[in-house]
Design a protein around this ligand. Structure first.
Ligand code: OMP
Length: 235
């Protein structure tokens, strides 16, 4: 948590806090865990904030975290609803940053309800059949929504090559018993293993904690560290 964030990550964290996308307090999650922080990607609705997040996604794709080469894909898929503007803005930003490589890349998203008239179908945007699909979404906590998206893409004949999220909350899977003290493996780790695909994030919980150190919000940091200790993965 003490390593310095790269400039684009630090800039993204700053935009998320200043834009009120990343909030501190007490929040009940989809998993029923009570979290001292919440990241609402639906709040990137102002042009400057949308640019901040699409730039950070695009740079994460190009730099592929810290390692190797950029992830290769044909289509960026944004699960409805929150993923739709994120995927669209990201493919546009990639084409700005590297037109030669990304100008002909596509976006696509799912309908929440299948359309049975007109052009019909469950997908809006580029057809997925036989294409390499990169999922761009907001946050991973338990990974449930990501599994659903993978299922939908595969049903359409798409090949899921990776998942990119804005925030990896670094949490364990919920225990079947519902007991929070049960050791469980990491939500993201299980997706990586089960599907054999990379799961990238702009920021992790450690990045947020590290990025906030020395900014005078010691109580928030302490509560995030306690939360992390409670819900961290066993592996
Ligand atoms: P899965 O990890 O795939 O189940 O998805 C977690 C979902 O919870 C996200 O897609 C969000 O809809 C929501 N969420 C946030 O948006 N921000 C948070 O900080 C935490 C959650 C959450 O409820 O866990």
């Amino acid at each position: 948590a003490t390593t310095k964030l790269s400039p684009y990550k630090a800039e993204f964290l700053k935009a998320a806090i200043e834009g009120g996308v990343l909030k501190f307090g007490s929040f009940e999650l989809k998993s029923k865990r009570t979290s001292p922080y919440f990241f609402n990607a639906g709040d990137f609705y102002r042009a400057d904030l949308l640019r901040a997040i699409s730039t950070a996604y695009a740079k994460t794709i190009i730099e592929n975290g810290s390692s190797s080469s950029p992830i290769e894909f044909d289509i960026i898929f944004g699960p409805a609803y929150k993923g739709i503007p994120l995927a669209t803005a990201t493919v546009d930003k990639l084409a700005d940053l590297d037109p030669e490589k990304y100008e002909k890349k596509c976006y696509s998203f799912d309908r929440k309800e299948a359309k049975d008239h007109g052009e019909g179908g469950n997908i809006v945007g580029a057809p997925l059949k036989g294409k390499r699909v990169l999922i761009v979404d907001d946050v991973v906590t338990a990974g449930t929504a990501k599994r659903e998206a993978i299922g939908k893409i595969r049903k359409e004949g798409g090949i899921v090559v990776g998942i990119l999220v804005a925030l990896d909350r670094m949490e364990k899977l919920p225990a079947p018993s519902g007991d929070d003290s049960t050791p469980m493996p990491s939500a993201i780790g299980e997706i990586r293993k089960e599907y054999g695909i990379p799961v990238l994030s702009i920021l992790t919980l450690d990045d947020i904690i590290g990025g906030l150190k020395g900014t005078g919000v010691d109580d928030d940091i302490k509560r995030m560290e306690e939360y992390k200790a409670k819900y961290k993965a066993s592996d």
